[in-house]
Design a protein around this ligand. Structure first.
Ligand SMILES: Cc1ncc(COP(=O)(O)O)c(C=O)c1O
Length: 435
């Protein structure tokens, strides 16, 4: 990142661990839906959405109104896990708007406010209930940065700094890991359950139905059903980590609805509060809710501003028009990405995704990095993902206006063609002189 007078203060005072700000080195000050504005009044279209925490955009006016009103009438802000009116409203609305219409019966556990804490709670509970230590996690998975979640995550660069061993996780191949048309289910069943495999029966499978950080890998509905059936057959719990792919990201509230499966435990965070406020929870099949009081505690499990915001955000889900809008706009994204691919077949290996999480897959990670940087130059914030960071992850707010969506996609096309044009002029190591 180039130093400038704008960013000097962060370089001098903030830890070098900071990351996103290196790729997008502006100082942002205001935001509205999908538009961010920096201190100089420059606008950027947001195709990152707080890594999936802003599904309803920045500063949604409906949600903002509710939380401002709540603050002004001295509603409780912090409450450990006391009963509060704000929590009551959220519990009732979540049941009415999300669970009941889908025929789901879950208890809600509010965990510490990060996604990784919800994952830690789910893993702990699965181990406690089954009395087993092993958990199965998948290739290219990402579940968070605390030790239990990190043990379940696959990215080597993140695991390497744990400083301790990351035990009691068995890695299995995700859908498609051995290439198209090869189902990994038979392999998983043999490795886990055939006598003599040498692997202890696990407490749970933990998985994302769409691996976001892992490269926008979408598990097929058939694979998900197969895994859910295997879990049931062998008495293994199924944990879906819906922290990034949930809350409407794939077009339905839960990402697993398309497969018709019913996980035993579901982790939600990021967009559950609807406003970028910290809030996480685990949905627990009622008979598995076998915690002793306080066994998974935390000071910030009572973020009432987040409850208030989350209740308001559920209004988006009261009828089907929101999902329909997401489906309509996701076709705009896919059509546009197909056009980018058609214009650069030698570089773009494919497009994959579901709903409002789409990946543009490059052969060369260096090209992908240059495209992300060039997009920022065009006024578009779009991140990379995948084990080699060769995938551009398109993650706009679900509420983005179609015209802004198209502008963002046009900026992406410009970035791709500028990078590829520059690389053509520079042989034999094209990327080193582009962008
Ligand atoms: C699928 C998934 N699980 C867990 C996490 C961890 O969430 P947090 O960063 O809030 O701890 C993330 C974050 O990106 C995620 O994408």
């Amino acid at each position: 990142m180039k130093s400038s007078s704008d960013t000097l203060v962060f370089e001098e005072h903030e830890s070098v661990v900071r990351s996103y700000c290196r790729k997008f080195p502006a100082v942002f000050s205001t935001a509205k839906n999908a538009i961010l504005e920096d201190e100089h009044g420059r606008e950027y279209i947001d195709f990152l959405s707080g890594a999936g925490s802003l599904n309803y955009g920045h500063n949604d006016p409906m949600i903002r109104g509710k939380i401002v009103e709540y603050i002004l009438r001295d509603g409780i802000t912090h409450s450990l896990d006391f009963h509060t009116s704000a929590k009551k409203r959220f519990l009732l609305a979540f049941d009415e708007v999300i669970l009941k219409p889908r025929g789901y019966n879950y208890r809600l556990q509010f965990t510490g406010p990060t996604g990784t804490n919800a994952v830690e709670a789910a893993l702990k509970l699965a181990r406690k209930v089954t009395g087993r230590r092993n958990v199965v996690a998948f290739t290219d998975a990402f579940h968070g940065m605390t030790l239990g979640s990190l043990a379940a995550s696959a990215r080597q660069s993140k695991r390497a700094v744990a400083g301790v061993s990351l035990p009691d996780v068995v890695r299995m191949p995700y859908d498609g890991y051995f290439g198209e048309g090869v189902s990994t289910l038979d392999f998983i069943e043999a490795m886990l359950f055939r006598t003599g495999s040498g692997v202890d029966i696990p407490a749970a499978f933990i998985l994302e139905t769409v691996q976001a950080e892992g490269g926008v890998n979408v598990a097929s509905s058939q694979w998900l059903r197969g895994l859910a059936n295997m879990a049931r057959k062998y008495g293994v719990l199924l944990i879906v980590d819906d922290i990034q792919a949930g809350c409407g990201r794939t077009g339905t509230f839960f990402s697993f609805e398309r497969a018709g499966i019913e996980p035993d435990l579901v982790c939600l965070a990021k967009s559950i509060s609807g406003y970028g406020l910290p809030m996480s929870l685990v949905l627990i099949r009622p008979d598995l809710d076998r915690w002793e009081p306080g066994e998974h505690n935390g000071t910030f499990r009572g973020n009432n501003l987040a409850f208030e915001a989350a209740t308001s955000a559920l209004d988006y889900w009261r009828d089907r028009s929101f999902s329909h809008g997401v489906a309509f706009k996701s076709r705009i994204i896919v059509d546009h990405l197909n056009a980018i691919r058609a214009a650069a077949p030698a570089h773009v290996r494919g497009i994959r995704g579901a709903g409002f999480i789409q990946g543009l897959v490059f052969d060369d990670p260096r090209i992908a990095a240059h495209v992300s940087a060039a997009a920022f130059g065009e006024g578009l914030i779009v991140e990379l993902c995948g084990p080699t960071e060769n995938v551009i992850k398109i993650l706009p707010p679900l509420t983005i206006e179609p015209i802004v969506l198209k502008q963002g996609l046009t900026r992406l096309s410009t970035a791709v063609s500028n990078v590829l044009h520059a690389s053509l002029e520079c042989v034999p190591d094209p990327v080193s002189c582009s962008a």
